[in-house]
Write a protein that binds this ligand. Structure first.
Ligand SMILES: Cc1ncc(C[n+]2csc(CCOP(=O)(O)OP(=O)(O)O)c2C)c(N)n1
Length: 514
């Protein structure tokens, strides 16, 4: 058994049974080994940003790492933006990056580069396997590294000769350290702040935003009168009817500062003290009032649900009923297309257990509030701020959860980074309905131009922010990649087409022009 097959068997044996791939010559033995090993699903992405974003979406939903297969330094570099996003979302991921054979590197062939150097900034674990006998054990170590709480990026570099020479056979994944519990002192300090009678916020992130954590946090908030919020963006939030609703810290600095004004204590549960996405002249970087004191109940890598349980026990809140979101069932909007109308219709149309991938940027800012009344669903956001994540993330989520509908909320500008994800959705028959918001501009940046004090834009500046001349035709682009779709220009059509997309199996795209 060669090194490549030893590695693939190690991955499958270690529970890594999906590989998102964009291979090249140096990975051919790995590709060939896929045929010889049962149990590995391989999904081709036509750009590495699709591959790595899909691995992120898969990990968020399956809570297991997927593997990626990338072609030397340039293949990794193409995938790095979405590895950055996955890293910020604490998604586990095992990247396998092919390299030249060890003896070939010294000749500086065209694809030679510093792969470890490229990998390091967004990987917790990086190793170049030295020989075919080591590759399986290195693969097993990579899986263990990726699985460490709260989820990490492991990048294993696979020189071609380590793939084709005689390997060791599969290796066992070493044990992964159990999730660290929080200290009694942290629980006591949080309880003291919550009992102080002073304005207090419980700020949630990570796994605290799943149903169990939300339920506990809701009980604690009801018992103590504290406010409850989530970070501005989160990897996966469980929400909708019947669940505890949490507002997010707003993106806009002034709005965030208003929402957080007056707070004296912030209990951090898998969250950090809120910071502005960017610095702006004359605006604060830290969004909470200077006097507000942060209390770390649990770091993101610690046992967040256990921490909330301990805190609820300490406060006698286990049986206090949480305030549950149960507003009236939303009704689809009619008439002109506008963000508010889209939010209302989305809330009415989302199917039970939908996975919502949110990269709708400015159009989607108001979607969060109305969709609290939607059927229960999971909401996935971009935590790394690098756009071009939405459609790949949706692709991976759909691979992870074939029984659930994925609904992608996508800005037209963001869509164009990794549009190839549609082809993978078509090829794999993935159940993804994409709502493509064609405002034909980088709308958010028009606001940011003013916010940073860059003055009034002239023609040249506006040309950098408008996506017209020519207008993009997303229905035709999708059709060319095997995804059917429709363009809509008023809400009745929107409602009809979205319902159609949701009802049919497989991918569908609704281009919303407004
Ligand atoms: C990789 C990367 N490149 C550039 C940006 C800067 N950027 C942030 S938002 C944005 C435009 C988003 O446009 P669109 O998706 O159409 O949403 P809209 O602002 O129009 O609502 C750009 C270019 C970024 N965040 N990430």
């Amino acid at each position: 058994m060669n090194g490549a097959e030893s590695l693939v068997r190690t991955l499958v044996g270690g529970g890594v049974d999906v590989c998102f791939a964009n291979p090249g010559t140096s990975e051919m033995h790995f590709v060939a080994a896929l045929d010889r090993v049962e149990g590995m699903r391989c999904v081709l992405g036509l750009f590495e940003g699709v591959v790595t974003g899909a691995a992120d979406g898969y990990a968020r939903m399956r809570e297991q790492p997927a593997a990626t297969l990338l072609h030397l330094g340039p293949g990794l570099a193409n995938g790095l933006a979405n590895i950055h996003n996955a890293n910020k979302a604490s998604s586990p991921m095992v990247n396998i990056v092919g390299d030249h054979a060890t003896y070939h590197r010294k000749y500086d062939a065209p694809l030679t580069s510093d792969i470890e150097g490229l990998a390091r900034p967004s990987s917790h674990w990086v190793k170049t396997s030295p020989d075919a006998q080591s590759i399986a054990a290195d693969g097993a170590a990579a899986i263990a590294a990726a699985r460490r709480s709260p989820g990490r990026i492991a990048t294993l570099i696979l020189p071609a000769d380590t793939a084709w020479n005689e390997g060791s056979g599969p290796a066992e994944v070493p044990p992964v350290a159990a999730v660290e519990p929080v200290s009694p002192e942290a629980v006591a300090a949080a309880a003291r702040a919550l009992r102080s009678g002073r304005p207090c916020l419980i700020l949630l992130g990570g796994r605290a935003l799943r149903q169990e954590g939300l339920d506990l946090a809701g009980r604690i908030a009801a018992r103590t009168g504290a406010r409850l919020m989530a970070q501005g963006s989160n990897a996966r939030t469980q929400r909708g009817r019947g669940r505890v609703f949490v507002e997010r810290v707003p993106y806009v600095v002034d709005q965030a500062a208003r929402v957080l004004a007056g707070l004296e204590h912030i209990i951090l549960v898998g969250a950090k003290m809120p910071v502005a996405f960017f610095a702006y002249p004359d605006k604060p970087s830290l969004l909470a009032p200077a006097a507000a004191q942060g209390h770390v109940l649990a770091r993101l890598d610690q046992d967040l649900v256990g921490a909330l349980e301990a805190l609820a026990d300490e406060l006698g809140a286990r049986t206090t009923p949480a305030a549950i979101a149960d507003p009236p069932r939303p009704v689809a909007a009619t008439g002109k297309i506008a963000p508010e109308a889209l939010g209302a219709s989305l809330a009415a149309l989302l199917p039970e257990a939908a996975i919502v991938v949110d990269e709708a940027v400015t159009t989607g800012r108001g979607f969060f509030a109305p969709t609290r009344a939607a059927a229960p669903h999971d909401w996935l956001s971009n935590m790394g701020g690098s756009i071009g994540l939405g459609m790949p993330l949706a692709t991976g989520a759909a691979v992870a959860c074939p029984d659930r509908k994925v609904v992608t909320l996508e800005g037209d500008g963001s869509a164009m980074y990794t549009l190839q994800a549609l082809w993978t959705q078509a090829r794999e028959g993935l159940d993804v309905t994409t709502l493509l918001f064609s405002n034909r501009s980088y709308q958010i940046l028009k606001g940011e131009l003013a916010n940073v004090g860059a003055g009034n834009p002239g023609r040249k500046a506006l040309d950098m922010l408008d996506l017209d001349r020519p207008d993009l035709d997303f229905v035709t682009l999708a059709k060319g990649m095997g995804v059917p779709g429709a363009r809509v220009t008023e809400m009745e059509e929107f409602n009809r087409r979205v319902a159609e997309g949701i009802a049919m199996p497989g991918p569908f795209l609704v281009e919303v022009v407004f």
